[in-house]
Design a protein around this ligand. Sequence first.
Ligand SMILES: [Zn+2]
Length: 267
Amino acid sequence: MDSTIVYKIALFFLIFNPFQVVALEFKGEFIQGHFILGKTDPGAKISIDEKELKVSKEGYFVFGIDRDHHNDLVFTKIFNNQKEKIIKKVQKRNYAIQKIDGLPETKVTPPESVYRRIKEENNRISIARGINSNLIFFSEKFIMPIEGVVSGVYGSQRILNGVPKLPHYGIDIAANEGTKIKSSGTGIVTLAEKDLYYTGGTIIMDHGHGISTIYSHLQKILVKVGDQVRQGDIIGTVGSTGRSTGPHLDFRINWFQTRLDPMSVLR
Ligand SMILES: [Zn+2]
């Protein structure tokens, strides 16, 4: 067949597609720890590994990939009684090992007397991260909350005073005490606490569909639970409260209980 005819037929199918395909677009990379924004036809149902995701009336949905996720991700979309499956491979990462010495022993291995306090605080953090609101602020770009040197990255395995601990899930940004912290995105404050055992002055914000951000080790907290904060608003100042060796901001982002790499949302 003449190549111009092939071209014309291809063009015909592009313009007048007779097979009604459901739109399903992803913004983000399928890499461990990454945040991925999705867009589909309003009214479509989207599931990931058989867990149904909330789809906004505009067709937005969101999810995150765990630090150690190994399997392929299986998406199902249902729209106008049509069902389609999409399989996405997840790229693996190598994480750094970070050794920190000189921390007060009580902060590395807490004394039994504070177990209950830590458990109660972790519970409150986990409730804040579990909120599944209809906000769709997650669909907007997020920004760096402060300028500064990134001194700790996502995913690194931490060895504190020689004891292996859970991986580090935030990014640490070193800055002077008192540096103003901007809200990375627009959202609603769901936790604002002056003195949590590990994270010190802590703010958690909800951005919708299970996406939350956490700001830790704050010196001052300038917002309260229920406040709606716009991106760029000053929410607090840098400190060294909680388990910290010097003034810095620990900034995190979660999809429910899954911790994500903040660098994958700071687009
Ligand atoms: Zn940190």
